[in-house]
Design a protein around this ligand. Structure first.
Ligand code: ASP
Length: 472
């Protein structure tokens, strides 16, 4: 008799995940059926109508990001003592650093062994007319990253990112490189997540140091984080429908599926192989080494997170769902809310792996020899590019300009891989998000004892404060 009940529980627990997976398949089917029903291409307006429910779902998730990131980080760090948050912070940095470096090394090894860009007839690789190119140097990109870490105006950081703009001087005589151009700047649309995260960390540390005096502020952020999670638990139920329409409309946009198996087929397969080895191999080994447990149970509970990342192609939009899923898995919220928002902003293994493979692939197509110096340059810039990439669709394509520059290639060459990027983006986002979630599990396991001591100390302090109030 117990068995049907267990099955029933399992079904209800996983109902949402199953519905969301079904949403992806239904989206693929809907996309192909709609494509088949029309002999001409779908117009942008028609695609916009099909995308509309998905767009509404994305907007709901995006609306949660700012309050969620800020309140989560502040409440997590504010409720830990400085020593412990320092330890957890260091563990997170080790984890992010190790996994990103492993991903880059794996990507470089695979692309150098498989050599997807070494073909006799390179004329088959066609650049497309999409212009992500911006006149900017690698130095400026790195400096912009640092500038965004320290936003000069917090309200503006909620809306825009700082970006250096180089313009050719009026008198070009003697000007040989972009480093001699005039330097200006502009603010581009999109939240400066990095700046908000850093502000949250500083605010959390300050509240933790303030003790009793900071308690009202801590209570406010705790309560805000809870409220955001309740809203997330409502929005999450829209994901099957939202993802179905997001996937269907994306398929309608794509006119050339041939590239997946044609000229870019080997490149596509190399990235997919790298992501699979990293996701199921490297991360599993790291999980096992750190926790002495196999990761399959944890991975099986992350289905909802993986499908949402695939459907939205955005780590930031998936963030509320990642936190919700880890809460449901019973992880300590002080870890989840500390590790996951930071991870979603700076830890993008899938993107790092893809940047390394893509840059060397383009160099192979262009017949550029890869010296050891260039390979090291690609590793460093691919890591920086993954940290700098925003958690939004195809952000990696934009930061790739920096990696291409290391190999001596123009920014426009990024268009060579454009035809398959829409799909690769979804797979790499899935790995980015799953890596953050597994990181939270690992760090919680490693910090469990210290967290318990911290909770006990907190309770004792509250009790003491209560007693002294009664006495007076
Ligand atoms: N779409 C990715 C993410 O949100 C970033 C990228 O690689 O383009 O994680």
């Amino acid at each position: 008799m117990a068995r049907p009940k267990r099955w029933k529980n399992c079904l209800t627990e996983n109902l949402l995940t199953m519905l969301t997976v079904f949403g992806v398949f239904a989206g693929v089917a809907l996309g192909f059926i709609l494509k088949a029903t029309k002999s001409s291409e779908w117009t942008n307006r028609e695609i916009m109508y099909i995308n509309f429910p998905g767009d509404l779902f994305l907007r709901m998730l995006k609306a949660l990001i700012l309050p969620l990131i800020l309140s989560s980080i502040v409440s997590a760090i504010g409720s830990l003592d400085l020593n412990l948050s320092g330890k957890i912070g260091m563990r997170s940095i080790y984890y992010y650093g190790t996994t990103t470096i492993c991903a880059v090394i794996l990507g470089i090894t695979l692309v150098l062994i498989i050599r997807p860009g070494v073909v006799k007839d390179t004329s088959a690789f066609v650049a497309q007319n999409y212009i992500p190119a911006r006149n900017v140097t690698t130095t400026d990109t790195l400096l912009d990253l640092l500038r965004n870490v320290f936003p000069s105006n917090l309200v503006q950081a909620c809306l825009a990112n700082y970006q250096t703009v180089l313009t050719p001087p009026k008198n070009l005589t003697g000007v040989t490189s972009m480093y001699q151009w005039d330097i200006g700047h502009k603010y581009t649309d999109g939240m400066n997540t990095l700046g908000i995260v850093i502000f949250g960390i500083v605010m959390g540390i300050t509240i933790g140091k303030m003790g009793e005096q900071g308690k009202p502020l801590l209570d406010f952020f705790n309560s805000l984080a809870e409220a955001m999670m309740i809203i997330t638990s409502w929005v999450i139920w829209i994901s099957p429908i939202g993802i179905m329409f997001l996937v269907a409309s994306k398929l309608l946009e794509i006119s050339d599926f041939g590239a997946l198996v044609g000229t870019l087929g080997w490149y596509f397969m190399t990235v997919i192989l790298g992501l699979t080895i990293h996701g199921f191999g490297t991360l599993s080994v790291i999980y096992f080494v750190c926790t002495r447990e196999l990761p399959f149970k944890a991975l099986s509970q992350m289905g909802q997170v993986a499908v949402t990342a695939f459907g939205t192609a955005s780590s930031s939009a998936t963030l509320p769902i990642t936190i919700q899923c880890l809460d449901n898995m019973g992880l300590d919220p002080r870890i989840t809310r500390f590790v996951v928002p930071i991870g979603a902003t700076i830890n993008m293994d899938g993107t790092a792996l893809y940047e390394a493979i893509a840059a060397i692939f383009i160099a192979q197509v262009r017949g550029i020899q890869m010296s050891l110096g260039k390979v090291i340059g690609v590793s460093i810039t691919a890591t920086a590019a993954s940290i700098g990439a925003a958690g939004i669709p195809q952000a990696g394509l934009v930061t790739m300009v920096m990696v291409l520059d290391t190999v001596g290639l123009p920014a426009e060459d990024v268009t060579l891989i454009l035809a398959v990027d829409w799909l690769l983006d979804r797979f790499r986002t899935t790995i980015n998000v799953v890596c953050d979630a597994l990181g939270a599990c690992i760090i919680e396991r490693m910090s469990r004892g210290e967290l318990e001591v911290n909770s006990r100390q907190r309770e004792e302090t509250v009790e003491l404060a209560h007693l002294s109030k009664i006495e007076t």
